[in-house]
Design a protein around this ligand. Structure first.
Ligand SMILES: NC(=O)c1ccc[n+]([C@@H]2O[C@H](COP(=O)([O-])OP(=O)(O)OC[C@H]3O[C@@H](n4cnc5c(N)ncnc54)[C@H](O)[C@@H]3O)[C@@H](O)[C@H]2O)c1
Ligand SMILES: O=C(O)C[C@H](O)C(=O)O
Length: 345
């Protein structure tokens, strides 16, 4: 990697600490923050471990998986950045990995193969998420939980039910990570609108599967004056972005590198919020009253308690209004499926 590229990756991930410095703290005064990654040896987990090791807001990085974490942790720990890295392997070490965590990121679970929907992962991943969340409730009940494991539309409600049963549920602290949808929407929009990708802002709302992913290109900036035909094509490409990668990988999994990038951006936003950086806003799938659905992705203001404010949808085009109505039945049934699973097993 060219030094200039490394510098921009580093600066994208360090904006939080520089804002803190500008607000009167020395870099040594950045608070201690422990981040745990569950599924750290996987396709997402490894590059995400690397990116979180580059984040100066992290003081302790706990890498947990069923196997192979000693190697990943030894490797990542040689990088000369702030955080101390520790690897934890097997269920008996899960408690130690979680204790004291401020943010827990969960990419544990199986990925799709061509021809599968995210819901086809439910039977395996629902149980994994349930067990991990049971441990989170026990060992770090106040952590912010960043759920990456699919199907996110169901795994987030599962986590909520597990936390409710344990008496630790706080709706401000549970997030479905939908940042990859935003990352894709920005990239695809910039390409078509011929605007600098670094300047693009596009909210993506709804959920994280097929038509439940609703990019709001009518609110995209800079304004690219795209025709309705282009907007429809961009919407479809964003909704099918995960499938595009699954097909290109031809049986070798789903998005890992772009997801690690997206996961690192979202975790960084959570850390900035915890540290009191103002105006940190990201889209996320959270408990919501923006629509009649109990969970919904929209812009969320992050702060010292996690979610400070769930922001509304803003003005929608007719095409987006239609998309919103069409996604509701599928999203509702995925949410109900998660709730039912958590309460029956
Ligand atoms: N939210 C999103 O935008 C998004 C994007 C991409 C992938 N995903 C999802 O992320 C998940 C992981 O994808 P991947 O490509 O990294 O898969 P992977 O198979 O490469 O890695 C998953 C890792 O999870 C580990 N694991 C399994 N059960 C575990 C348990 N009980 N405790 C701890 N670790 C456990 C495995 O050992 C493995 O290392 C999948 O469900 C995938 O669909 C979500
Ligand atoms: O598509 C998948 O299965 C993985 C992930 O949800 C994605 O959007 O890339």
């Amino acid at each position: 990697m060219k030094p200039s590229i490394l510098r921009s990756v580093h600066s994208a991930l360090t904006r939080g600490s520089s804002q803190i410095s500008r607000r009167g703290y020395g870099s040594e005064a950045v608070p201690e923050r422990k981040v745990a990654i569950l599924g750290a040896a996987g396709g997402i987990g490894q590059p995400l471990s690397l990116l979180m090791k580059l984040n100066p807001l992290v003081s302790n990085l706990a890498l947990y998986d069923l196997a192979a974490t000693p190697g990943v942790a030894a490797d990542v720990s040689h990088i000369n950045t702030r955080s101390e890295v520790a690897g934890y392997q097997g269920e008996e070490e899960l408690g130690k990995a979680l204790e004291g965590s401020d943010v827990v990121i969960i990419p544990a679970g199986v990925p799709r193969k061509p021809g599968m929907t995210r819901d086809d992962l439910f039977n395996i991943n629902a149980g994994i998420v349930k067990n991990l969340c049971t441990a989170i409730a026990k060992y770090c009940p106040n952590a912010l939980v960043n759920m990456i494991s699919n199907p996110v539309n169901s795994t987030v409600p599962i986590a909520a039910e597990v936390f409710k049963k344990a008496g630790t549920y706080n709706e401000k602290r549970l997030f479905g990570v939908t940042t990859l949808d935003v990352v894709r929407a920005k990239t695809f929009y910039a390409g078509k609108a011929k605007v600098p990708v670094a300047e693009v802002i596009v909210p993506v709302v709804g959920g994280h599967a097929g038509i439940t992913i609703l990019p709001l290109f009518s609110q995209a900036t800079p304004n690219g004056n795209l025709t309705e035909e282009y907007i429809k094509a961009l919407t479809k490409r964003t909704q099918d972005g995960g499938t595009e990668v699954v097909e290109a990988k031809a049986g070798k999994g789903s998005a890992t590198l772009s997801m690690a990038y997206a996961g690192a951006i979202f975790a960084d936003a959570c850390l900035k919020g915890l540290n009191g950086v103002p105006d940190v806003v990201e889209c996320s799938f959270v408990q919501s009253s923006v629509t009649e659905l109990p969970f919904f992705a929209s812009k969320v203001r992050l702060g010292k308690n996690g979610v400070e404010e769930v922001l509304g949808l803003g003005p929608l085009s007719d095409f987006e209004k239609q998309g919103l109505e069409s996604l509701k039945p599928e999203l509702q049934s995925s949410i109900e499926k998660g709730i039912k699973f958590a309460n029956q097993s």
